[in-house]
Design a protein around this ligand. Structure first.
Ligand code: IMP
Ligand code: MG
Length: 175
């Protein structure tokens, strides 16, 4: 059995960090109307909190990538499982994920979206497991650095479980 282990970030700590990120984004995007591209499913909870702390007008869309564990092809490209509805040409895109690990997902999605001629594209992540990075990805907005551990909660799952936990915790290994 796996069990919820150490809580890394509680609700208040997450809320404060999300507000800080939202404040920075609000300043940087003042006078623009960014499109928030939320990566399903893990980023949904982070996105809904983040957008409520951004003061400029914005639109929201969703993109789902297939897990690279099953679907990365030889060139390292992540397949798109659910496409955006919006046309992002000429738009300021903010790609939102809750966690960056190897960087394959975000690198691949940023490359894909850049081909659609957006006005700009930046990434927002709440958690960065930078010690695990295999692909270099520019991250404009980063919440917390975390150690190499598997974490769940606040949208992040293990086999689809634990997404609804209001905090972020380490999932302990079998014992
Ligand atoms: P990357 O492509 O290796 O950067 O992985 C990014 C994706 O892997 C995230 O969007 C998550 O869905 C998943 N992921 C990576 N690390 C964790 C973790 O510690 N807990 C839960 N999901 C994770
Ligand atoms: Mg997952």
């Amino acid at each position: 059995m796996r069990e919820i282990g150490k809580i890394l970030f509680d609700e208040v700590t997450i809320r404060n960090k999300v507000q800080e990120l939202g404040g920075r984004i609000s300043g940087d995007y003042a006078g623009k109307e960014p499109i928030i591209v939320s990566i399903l499913k893990g980023a949904v909870i982070f996105t809904t909190d983040l957008v409520r702390s951004i003061s400029c007008p914005l639109t929201i869309d969703f993109l789902q990538a297939s897990s690279y564990g099953m679907s990365t092809n030889s060139s390292g490209t992540v397949a798109v499982k659910k496409e955006l509805e919006a046309d992002i040409e000429g738009r300021h895109v903010l790609l939102v994920d809750t966690i960056i690990d190897t960087g394959k997902t975000l690198a691949s999605l940023m490359k894909l979206l850049a081909l659609r001629n957006p006005a700009s594209i930046n990434a927002v992540v709440l958690l960065d497991k930078s010690c695990r990075r295999l692909v270099d990805v520019p991250i404009a907005y980063r919440g917390f650095e975390i150690p190499d551990a598997f974490v769940v909660g606040y949208g992040l799952d293990f086999n689809e479980r634990y997404r609804s936990l209001p905090y972020i915790a380490v999932l302990d290994e079998d014992r």
